[in-house]
Design a protein around this ligand. Structure first.
Ligand code: UDP
Ligand code: MG
Length: 318
């Protein structure tokens, strides 16, 4: 019998947990031809999430958990789940029931035809502001222009991954993680699966705009060094234009004598160049900051406790 792991990152999800538990149990009970294992990753919740998970685990052998020592973020929580997912396939799903668990059997059917990554593409997204939808679509379009790796538009982290895909993802252990970018980067056979994204069943979103902007920058910098090149190209163009201007100024001075006017144009040129320099420094700084963090090579997460036994014990950064 094949084992399906369901990885559920949870951060302050006590409110939805009973509903989540109910729907997961229903899913597993209705599909007994597979062996199910739920891997809850409690990402430093400050509410009663971990108590609820443990209650579930006490009553149901299928429920496993990893309790992080603090909040490490959803991207890292997903990786921890993958580290412990030793079944034949793994499904990543949000705890807030925005991704309906009932779709998983259909995803499994596609996986059984030999697809490695069955990713769910959103037909609609209820309960999300049009600003969020618009910024996210703009972002994916922008990201695609910077890289040859095909980017899946309108997909989240809700997907089913084959064993070899899980093994590949485990090897990508960078710290500034953007899982969506990494899913695309590892490749393998992908197939989309359309669905309607529900609104949150309870509670409020944890991924505020601040977190999303960081994630967006990580997505770009982890994929490509194109922004560095853009900075260099702008620098080159500005330098060339400044050079032409300089020749013009020299000739004018020689022919017509010194010219005290021109303060505004001088100021404009200085400010413009200063701006381009600061922008370029900022972009370079983004990359250097990432090099700094990456070279420290710290473990990606620490586990306070877990009920999953693993043969080669969980060093978090193997
Ligand atoms: N999440 C997490 N760690 C965090 C923030 C969120 O594990 O620091 C989990 C959260 O519990 C949920 C999923 O990530 O299962 C998606 O979070 P959320 O619904 O807040 O984001 P949105 O759906 O609004 O993008
Ligand atoms: Mg959500």
């Amino acid at each position: 019998m094949k084992t399906i792991n369901i990885i559920i990152p949870c951060h302050n999800e006590a409110e939805v947990f009973p509903k989540l538990q109910e729907r997961l149990v229903e899913l597993a009970d209705n599909n007994k031809e597979y062996k199910w294992e739920f891997i809850f990753v409690n990402d430093g919740s400050r509410d009663k999430t971990i108590e609820k998970i443990k209650d579930f685990a006490d009553n149901d052998k299928r429920a496993k958990y990893i309790n992080f020592s603090r909040n490490f973020g959803k991207e890292t929580a997903m990786l921890a789940g993958l580290d412990y997912a030793d079944g034949d396939a793994a499904v990543i799903i949000d705890a807030d029931l925005q991704d309906p668990p009932e779709l998983i059997p259909d995803m499994i059917k596609i996986w059984e035809t030999g697809v490695d990554d069955v990713y769910a593409r959103r037909k609609s997204r209820s309960g999300e502001t049009s600003l969020k939808k618009w910024t996210s679509s703009l972002y994916y379009r922008l990201l695609q222009t910077t890289t040859r790796v095909p980017i899946q538009i309108d997909t989240g982290d809700f997907r089913l991954l084959s064993r070899r895909c899980v093994m590949a993802l485990r090897e990508v252990r960078e710290r500034n993680r953007n899982m969506k970018a990494i899913f695309s980067w590892v490749g393998y056979k992908k197939q989309e699966f359309m669905y309607d994204r529900d609104a949150r069943a309870a509670g409020t979103t944890q991924q505020g705009y601040g977190k999303l902007i960081n994630l967006a920058i990580d997505g770009i910098t982890s994929f490509t060094t194109a922004p560095l090149r853009i900075a260099a190209v702008i620098g080159l163009l500005v330098t060339f234009a400044a050079f032409l201007l300089m020749i013009r100024v020299i000739i004018r001075t020689v022919v017509f004598g010194p010219d005290t006017a021109g303060y505004p144009s001088l100021m404009t040129a200085i400010l413009f160049l200063g701006g381009v320099q600061l922008l370029s420094l900022g972009i370079i700084g983004e990359y250097i900051g990432r090099i700094f963090i990456e070279t420290k090579n710290r473990p990606l997460y620490f586990i306070e406790e877990s009920n999953i036994k693993k043969a080669n014990s969980p060093t978090s950064n193997e």
